[in-house]
Ligand binder design. Structure first.
Ligand code: URA
Length: 213
């Protein structure tokens, strides 16, 4: 665990000092992410908003409040899950991330996934979903888990999108309530692959991708 803490601190330091794209000039704080380094669940959002940029922490504004409620509905405390974003710096005016910005941040997110090695990845919104399944439509695949690289991935609507739209709100709460059983599936998957001596947590296996796209 000490080695993990060292690794996380090194990664967070690099993110806070990152100058890889022009968002470095407009950010107040970079937002590396937070949560236990041995978390079973990793939530990936889009990018920091105004509150996150001010505080340097992910999901601390209105969408974050709602995310906390959603996690609660699934039986989790926020402190039990790891939360980060595709982008580590706020796009001005909360515009959509640009492809070059996503590319510039890619290694940071990949390092976080490798470091946390979660049982379940929850993607929040279309930008984090498209990291894993570029062609998938969130409206078609939300709430449906898929095995990917020895763990389960479950796409959810972004809490900000669901916050003000009653029909989406009910849907996202229902989707989050499936999380405990998805974690059970992921545990079984890991036990199985360990027993068969298969390496866990590799890149997506090609046979699963078409099922989702
Ligand atoms: N929306 C996101 O995608 N991430 C945050 O951290 C906050 C709002």
């Amino acid at each position: 665990m000490n080695e993990l803490v060292y690794r996380a601190e090194d990664l967070y330091g690099r993110i806070r000092n990152c100058q890889a794209c022009s968002l470095a000039q407009t950010r107040t704080h970079a937002v590396p992410g937070e949560g236990p380094l041995d978390a079973e669940v990793l939530c990936i959002g889009e990018g920091p908003g105004m509150q996150e940029d001010k505080q340097g922490r992910p999901f601390v504004g209105a969408a974050g409040q709602f995310l906390n409620e959603l996690l609660g509905a699934a039986g989790f405390k926020r402190e039990e899950v790891y939360i980060c974003n595709v982008l580590k710096c706020r796009p001005p005016g909360n515009r959509d991330p640009l492809p070059a910005e996503i590319d510039a941040c890619r290694d940071y997110l990949d390092s976080q996934i490798e470091m946390i090695d979660p049982l379940v990845i929850v993607t929040l919104g279309r930008f984090s979903l498209s990291k894993f399944f570029p062609q998938a439509k969130i409206s078609r695949v939300h709430g449906q888990s898929r095995e990917i690289g020895g763990r389960m991935l479950v796409p959810m609507y972004h809490p900000a999108a669901a916050l003000h739209q009653q029909s989406l709100r009910e849907t996202i709460v229902e989707d989050f309530r499936r999380l405990p059983s998805i974690i059970e599936q992921a545990r079984a998957l890991r036990t199985e692959s360990t027993e068969h001596g298969e390496p866990v947590a590799q890149e997506a296996s090609a046979r699963q991708i078409p099922l989702f796209e």
